[in-house]
Write a protein that binds this ligand. Structure first.
Ligand SMILES: NC(=O)C1=CN([C@@H]2O[C@H](COP(=O)(O)OP(=O)(O)OC[C@H]3O[C@@H](n4cnc5c(N)ncnc54)[C@H](O)[C@@H]3O)[C@@H](O)[C@H]2O)C=CC1
Ligand SMILES: O=C(O)[C@@H]1CCC=N1
Length: 268
């Protein structure tokens, strides 16, 4: 996910020399230098010395370990900046499930921390990031978090942290559902006899057309669906097959499972 954000940032004009990636693996560091020409370091605390905005993009169970590495220097630098009336460094966590309080507890007191849930299309500037912060955040930190994630897509601010699990299910994880559905369509089209390239083009272009139309339209998804569904026609048969398979219930079950998993990850 870090690569997706970096790709999106670089593509949208952020200078690669302003980005420092800290990763323990030499292989990962070399790959990122080769791909994006970013700065790299093996020591996570180098991020604190270098950056005003620090993104925690590790697996949820590793976040506490990384916070332990960041805490001493982060506390020291923020204290210095506070004494000089300067801005505090901003920490953004993208770890699924982890609560603001659980991460804050691992960082120096009063650290400006935003919990974010982006998704993979940030890599092409078409991401969706849910953002949450309880109560107060400095205006500058708020603007910085918004501006950074806006550079790689759209944002929604959540008022209630409990909504974050739904954003994980609806946005963070959902590109995989769409890929799965498109894969299933592609397989079915090939099974019906279309050449693979034709099947792929027909599926992807139709998906893109449908999503672009839905985004441009004020009519709502059900209305658009009705416009495709001629009475006693072909679409009606396909829609009936989905409905007999109880697609709504299946999707709800899948999304509930993702949201439940996000809450489990919060418990560690
Ligand atoms: N993959 C996705 O689409 C999304 C992932 N996320 C969140 O992003 C985080 C990362 O997920 P992925 O990118 O999928 O996992 P990943 O396994 O692909 O990437 C994790 C990276 O962390 C690095 N790492 C491991 N230990 C480290 C340490 N001690 N210090 C610094 N770096 C370390 C690894 O080298 C690896 O490059 C997770 O918390 C996940 O919940 C959030 C939204 C979407
Ligand atoms: O599957 C995961 O846990 C991560 C969080 C959202 C998308 N990928």
């Amino acid at each position: 996910m870090a690569s997706a954000i970096i790709r999106g940032l670089v593509k949208h004009g952020h200078k690669s020399e302003h980005i420092l990636v800290c990763a323990p693996s030499q292989h990962t560091r070399s790959r990122l230098v080769k791909e994006f020409n970013v700065r790299v370091h093996s020591d996570n605390s180098a991020a604190v010395a270098f950056a005003d905005i620090i993104i925690l993009a590790v697996k949820p169970f590793i976040v506490p370990l990384v916070c332990d590495e960041l805490r001493p220097l982060l506390g020291q630098l923020n204290e210095q900046r506070g004494d000089q009336g300067g801005e505090q460094k901003l920490v953004i966590s993208i770890a699924a499930g982890l609560t603001h309080a659980s991460i804050s507890d691992k960082l120096p007191r009063n650290t400006q921390l935003v919990c974010a849930m982006p998704n993979l299309p940030t890599a092409i500037g078409k991401g969706l990031t849910g953002l949450y912060v309880p109560g107060h955040l400095d205006r500058q930190a708020f603007d910085d978090a918004e501006q950074l994630m806006r550079a790689v897509g759209d944002t929604v601010w959540l008022e209630d942290e409990n909504q974050m699990a739904s954003i994980v299910a609806t946005a963070g994880s959902s590109p995989a559902y769409f890929f799965l559905f498109l894969e299933a369509m592609e397989k079915a089209a090939i099974a019906q006899g279309l050449p693979p390239k034709t099947a792929s083009k027909a599926v992807l272009q139709s998906a893109m057309g449908a999503v672009s139309m839905a985004m441009a339209s004020k009519e709502g998804l059900a209305n658009l669906r009705h416009q495709v569904t001629s009475p006693k026609g072909t679409t009606e048969q396909a829609v009936l097959a989905f409905q007999h398979g109880d697609l709504d219930a299946l999707v709800a079950r899948a999304m509930d499972s993702a949201a439940r998993r996000a809450k489990e990850l919060a418990l560690g």
